[in-house]
Design a protein. Structure first.
Length: 58
C-alpha cells in the first residue's frame, strides 16, 4: 500500500499497515482525505485509528 499525505502520494510504501485500522474511502462519508492507496487495485482507504481513540475518551 502506498502512504498518502493529505490525499497526495508521498512516495512511501508499506507491505501491510500494522497497527492501523483502515477501511475503504467513501467520499460521501469521509471528511479527511484518504490515507492509503492499494497499488495493485488503485482502491483508496481512510485511516480510522484516531476516530476510535476519540470515541473511547468521550
Amino acid at each position: 500500500m502506498e502512504i498518502l499525505e493529505n490525499g497526495v502520494p508521498s512516495g512511501k510504501f508499506t507491505i501491510n499497515a500494522k497497527g492501523t485500522l483502515y477501511r475503504k474511502f467513501d467520499p460521501k462519508r469521509d471528511k479527511k482525505p484518504p490515507a492509503f492507496k492499494n497499488v495493485e487495485t488503485g482502491e483508496l482507504y481512510s485511516s480510522i485509528y484516531a476516530r476510535i481513540i476519540i470515541r473511547r475518551k468521550i
